[in-house]
Ligand binder design. Structure first.
Ligand code: TRP
Ligand code: ZN
Ligand code: CA
Length: 442
């Protein structure tokens, strides 16, 4: 009934660890189009955290070279704007520098439009790029600025063609009372304000002792962020650390639907929050808030990574076609996920959006799992509500490699939209593998 269980040698264990490390290090491939019969709607890309961190390193260098800050009216602010603008111009965005005056100094907003989409429905994402004078402002708010920059660059790399028109903004003089974003909203003609379908704000999203807070504003935007975090099993809380303390406030005042993310400033993490999110209770989410120590060391990479991916997910989902994509659309995740040997189940998510009603009775589930002994594997499809559909049982005698198959599932009792998951568990010791990719065809 069982195959002989060879004793694991230290060498085998080391080799297996090396494989896991290799898999972890592999740059996750962006979801890519497969042989779809029609325009494929793909999962939002995984934003490369290394790129986001490169932008933060550059902002830190700019501060260091300019008296230690990137504050309104200082050379470090304009140098930050120039850095961001050059990246966007090279990626094909239409950029505009908007100037205003505050406290006797010239301030700048940078507005970047991605050509295409319905310009009467604009989805806007913004972050303030200025720091306080006390320090370089890497969490507040290099973090949001770098994450939306990398999201914009991902839009360009994907040659994304959303139904809505995408606009990104980097605000000046937020630290002086949201001066730049107020100026932008005030100077917009009433007709142009009405075209902004939503504004997403990102201010402090890589706090060193992070929380995962979602703004409690427009319900659709809020739910979109919550869906993303539910998909990666991270609990969220409603943002309460000073509602209206950032650049979404002027948009909200103008009647524009707003939302956003926040990882905490000078409030203290409670024991309950440390329990669910890790980190240190009794300590501020960001002990360097508005201080000279808000440097590139003042970032939690995991929080920054999750926030960046959540931004991409929201930008992709909220700008997608409002008409259902045609039948035969492929929703795919090509990011590798290691399956631990004889261990816990792992999952890979695919977000389905823009469909109406339930999934089909002949839902096609394409699975590509690389493994050295496929009999070890139990594979299930999880619907958005968590219902499990068994695709494959383990079978101790099946020593062949890999599970590369298309399964047909009667999913007609499941809502089509939401986060679907492939769950894979390896239930026998020795052989290992990984989820290479999987897809749903609706
Ligand atoms: N830049 C904001 C500020 O200095 C940071 C902040 C504090 C914040 N509380 C917030 C941002 C709540 C968003 C939501 O005030
Ligand atoms: Zn601030
Ligand atoms: Ca195994």
């Amino acid at each position: 009934m069982t195959r002989p269980a060879p004793r694991r040698t230290a060498l085998a264990a080391a080799a297996s660890l090396a494989l896991a490390a290799l898999l972890a290090a592999a740059v996750p491939a962006a979801a890519s189009s497969s042989a779809a019969p029609s325009a494929a709607v793909l999962a939002a890309p995984d934003i490369p955290i290394a790129n986001v961190k490169t932008h933060l390193t550059q902002l830190q260098s700019i501060a260091t070279a300019n008296g230690g800050n990137r504050a309104h009216g200082k050379a470090g602010y304009k140098a930050s704007i120039d850095y961001v603008k050059a990246k966007l111009d090279a990626a094909g965005f239409t950029t505009a520098l908007q100037t205003f005056t505050s406290s006797g100094a010239t301030g700048y907003n940078l507005i970047a439009d991605w050509p295409g989409g319905d310009t009467s429905q604009v989805l806007m994402s913004g972050s303030h790029l200025d720091s306080v004078t006390a320090g370089p402002g890497i969490n507040d708010n290099g973090s949001g600025s770098a994450a939306i920059l990398e999201t914009a660059l991902a839009v360009s790399r994907a040659a994304f063609q959303p139904a809505k028109h995408l606009r990104f903004a980097w605000w000046g003089a937020e630290e002086l009372g949201m001066v730049g974003s107020k100026y932008y909203v005030n100077q917009l003609a009433t007709a142009d304000r009405a075209k902004i379908a939503g504004y997403l704000n990102f201010d402090m999203i890589g706090s060193p002792n992070p929380g995962y807070f979602v703004y409690d504003d427009d319900p659709t935007i809020e739910q979109t962020f919550k869906d993303y975090y539910a998909g990666i099993s991270i609990p969220t809380e409603i943002e309460t650390e000073g509602d209206g303390r950032s650049d979404h406030a002027p948009f909200k005042s103008a009647g524009i639907p707003v939302g956003g993310l926040f990882s905490g400033a000078d409030y203290t993490k409670t024991a309950a929050q440390a329990q669910k999110w890790g980190g240190t209770s009794g300590q501020a989410f960001d002990r360097c808030y508005h201080a000279s120590c808000d440097t590139s060391a003042n970032i939690n990479d995991t929080a920054l990574d999750r926030s960046s991916d959540a931004i991409a997910y929201a930008v992709w989902s909220l700008s997608a076609a409002t008409t259902p994509p045609p039948t035969g659309t492929v929703f795919e995740n090509t990011t590798d996920v290691a399956v631990p040997d004889n261990g816990a189940a792992v999952t890979s998510s695919v977000a389905v959006a823009g469909r109406t009603g339930n999934a089909p009775s002949t839902l096609k589930v394409g699975v590509d799992i690389k493994h050295t002994y496929r009999g070890d594997l139990v594979v299930d499809l999880l619907a958005p509500d968590g219902s499990a559909y068994r695709l494959k049982n383990s079978s101790s005698g099946d020593s062949a490699d890999n599970v590369i198959a298309t399964y047909t599932v009667n999913a007609s009792s499941e809502a089509a939209n939401g986060t679907w998951k492939l769950r894979v568990q390896d239930i026998a010791a020795q052989d290992t593998g990984y989820i290479d990719s999987w897809k749903l065809t609706f």
